[in-house]
Design a protein around this ligand. Structure first.
Ligand code: NI
Length: 254
């Protein structure tokens, strides 16, 4: 059974058919889903989904692009939610210099605070890093992130950067991008990363794999990702599904 390690089912694009879609996951082989907080509101929505669906778990965190909304008061609220049973990670947190909003100083401050939160509550982290490879690694080294477990979500850097994260003991979230024809650098990195460090993810509703690129993504598309990974790794589809699920359970279900 497939473990979906990164989805945003609280997104409004699922308002129309969320119940129907989520109810259909199991018969399509999706057994576990982690819904990822990206803003304070989406953390609240994630808590609701967790309550409603036994197979949905949650990550509590504020995405770098949303860190402008954080202050001491709502950060204290975020910290409290991390002690809820089905909250299995702090995330998604990190740095995103693609849009450069809010300014890097603010993003860095709340990345550090949320890393420290994960250490305190003993949860793994889900890291979002876009166009910010150096600063992400610098902060993680300074704060000894090798003592905090986690996953680099939607890994999009080179093999060389992958090596750095491997040495820190991190996992890699791999999704639809692996099926894109122009994803040569990522395919090389995936060939290089050991199978026991890879998690399957979609980032739904974003990043749908081929042949559905550009449309609304959902966990139902994960078989396309697993198939491509099996081809790259020279192992069977079933092995990819089983190993990545074991990896995710080891990381999130302790
Ligand atoms: Ni995400």
């Amino acid at each position: 059974m497939i473990f979906e390690s990164h989805a945003h089912y609280d997104d409004e694009v699922f308002d129309e058919d969320r119940e129907e879609l989520l109810a259909s996951l199991k018969e399509h082989g999706i057994e576990w889903v982690i819904n990822i907080g990206a803003s304070l509101q989406s953390c609240k929505n994630t808590l609701q989904l967790m309550e409603q669906y036994p197979f949905i778990y949650g990550a509590m965190g504020v995405h770098p692009s949303e860190t402008g909304e954080l202050n001491e008061e709502n950060f204290a609220w975020l910290c409290e939610q991390c002690s809820i049973d089905k909250v299995v990670a702090v995330g998604e947190i990190g740095l995103d210099y693609h849009w450069n909003e809010p300014e890097p100083q603010i993003q860095k401050l709340w990345f550090e605070r949320q890393l420290e939160l994960a250490r305190k509550v003993k949860l793994p982290v889900i890291i979002h890093s876009r166009d910010a490879a150096k600063d992400t690694l610098d902060i993680m080294r300074t704060l000894h992130a090798e003592e905090i477990e986690g996953v680099i979500h939607c890994f999009s850097y080179s093999k060389e950067i992958a090596r750095e994260y491997l040495e820190m003991g991190y996992h890699f979230g791999i999704g639809g991008v692996i099926t894109f024809r122009n994803a040569k650098k990522l395919k090389e990195a995936v060939e290089y990363i050991p199978m026991d460090r890879i998690l399957l993810e979609t980032d739904s509703p974003y990043l749908a794999p081929e042949p559905h690129r550009g449309s609304r993504n959902s966990s139902l598309n994960l078989p396309y990702v697993a198939q491509e990974m099996a081809a790259l790794k020279g192992i069977s589809y079933e092995e990819v599904v089983e190993i990545t699920a074991e990896n995710a359970k080891r990381l999130f279900f302790k």
